[in-house]
Design a protein around this ligand. Structure first.
Ligand code: PEP
Ligand code: MN
Length: 453
């Protein structure tokens, strides 16, 4: 008797749905299961946001960063919001990242891989399921992909329509990013233009003089007959924390060229500090996609944890596949990071190591703001470079929360932002971000450290 022939489903072969059998931290409670299934089905039919070919190029770029031949600059909002996905705000963030990249490229003579925490950063892990204000308890805000920030029951109730809204907002954000970076705006001959419109401060002034040097060099090369095609456009990648299975699973598609699964929700996706459990759903799911992936590592990370993460997420030790994003906090990095870096080095694995100098440095100010001290951020970056120098390993990049807007959320920097300034210009719905001038200042510091690397 002939058995009926059943076509093998590549998603089944890849085990993409295995995660449903495992504990999944930080998932929303949706009020209506059918509405979620409907949203997932609609998402699954929408076009991919990024293409597998781009993802493969990024993996190769990250491999060269892991070897010390490039440097990763990853930055953007803690949480993107639907209302702030405007042309001005997206442009300011892209400009800030381009400016930082110029400072780094020029200062360190290294190619810089530019990556936004953008076009998908709409879901947030929370330390508590609820929030209480003046005796009223409601579900915590989990990012615009899940619920609203307003403190009412209606707004805080999870709504699966928001998953589709997250997709469409990501699509229009990415469209503008692609237009900016491919359509002439990112032409290196516009280095001055990117600084226009930002308030004057010491970091801007320093940037201006660097831009003048670049200008002179470009004019010199032009006079020599150089061809500037390579300066006209730039690669720009997008990334976010892959948190919500109801978004990430329908956005994961089988690549027709290779028959393997890729997340098409962003080029690079990472696992957060709260969802990196070895036997949890996130690690399992991310082990099955082909994208380059990141894992945040906080101060409680053990040597066994990192080695096991490498075995699960990068069993073939594929160059560029795995990035460790350490976020130890300035007082802890010099003590907590060396043992991890040394053990990984000794195991023969070669992941990319980058520093997130933001998430280990949170404080609450006396007037009640969630903030970070710019000096702590700078100190963690310095510690990161010191640890890698001592271990003979490569400090390959930086991951920051920033905005191109003139906000006051982190304390210090050359504008001396103090607690009272926070009351005037604090906009973040989630974590405090470096503003434009603090971002540039940080880039100058990193460029100096890189030049000495
Ligand atoms: C974040 O990147 O916004 C975040 C929540 O980070 P972590 O997972 O490192 O706490
Ligand atoms: Mn954050």
């Amino acid at each position: 008797m002939n058995e009926p022939v059943v076509a093998a489903d590549p998603a089944v072969i890849a085990g993409l749905d295995n995660y449903v059998n495992l504990p999944a931290a930080q998932q929303p409670t949706w009020p209506n299961e059918n509405a979620v299934l409907d949203a997932r089905a609609r998402l699954a039919k929408l076009p991919p946001l990024v293409f597998a070919g781009e993802v493969d190029i990024l993996r190769a770029r990250l491999a060269s960063a892991a070897e010390g031949k490039a440097f990763l600059l990853q930055g953007g909002d803690c949480a993107e919001t639907f209302v702030d996905a405007t042309a001005d705000r997206i442009r300011n963030r892209v400009k800030t990242l381009l400016q930082m990249a110029v400072v780094l490229t020029y200062g360190a003579s290294l190619p810089v891989i530019k990556m936004g925490r953008m076009a998908g950063q709409f879901a947030k892990p929370r330390s508590s399921n609820d929030e209480t204000r003046e005796g009223v308890t409601l579900p915590a805000y989990r990012g615009d992909a899940v619920n609203g920030y307003d403190f009412t029951l209606e707004s805080r109730t999870a709504d699966p329509e928001r998953l589709l809204n997250a997709y469409h907002t990501s699509a229009s954000t990415l469209n503008l990013i692609r237009a900016f970076t491919q359509g002439g705006f990112a032409d290196l001959r516009s280095v001055h233009e990117w600084n226009r419109g930002f308030t004057t401060n010491p970091a801007n002034v320093r940037y201006e003089s660097l831009a003048q040097e670049i200008d002179r060099a470009i004019k010199f090369m032009a006079a020599c007959g150089a061809d500037f095609d390579a300066l006209k456009t730039t690669e720009f990648y997008v990334s976010h924390e892959a948190l919500l299975f109801d978004y990430e699973r329908p956005m994961t598609r089988i690549d027709s060229r290779t028959g393997t699964p890729y997340s098409t929700s962003g080029h690079f996706v990472w696992i957060g500090e709260r969802t990196r459990q070895l036997d949890g759903a996130h690690v399992d799911f991310m082990s099955r996609i082909r994208n380059p992936i990141g894992v945040k590592l906080g101060p409680s990370t053990s040597v066994d944890d990192v080695l096991a993460l490498i075995d699960k997420l990068d069993p073939n030790r594929e160059p560029g596949r795995l990035t460790f994003i350490s976020r130890m906090g300035a007082p802890k990095i010099r003590e907590a990071l060396p043992k991890l870096v040394e053990a990984v080095r000794d195991s023969g694995a070669n992941p990319l190591w980058i520093t997130d100098p933001m998430h280990g440095n949170g404080i609450t100010t006396k007037n009640g703001y969630k903030s970070r001290r710019f000096d702590d951020v700078m100190d963690e970056v310095a510690g990161f470079f010191e640890v890698h120098r001592a271990a003979g390993t490569v400090p390959g990049g930086i991951h920051v929360e920033l905005t191109g807007d003139d906000v006051a959320e982190c304390l210090g920097g050359s504008e001396h932002i103090d607690e009272s300034t926070l009351e005037e210009r604090y906009e973040s719905l989630c974590d405090p971000r470096l503003n434009h001038s603090q971002s540039l200042e940080l880039a100058f510091l990193v460029a100096e450290a890189l030049a000495k690397r």
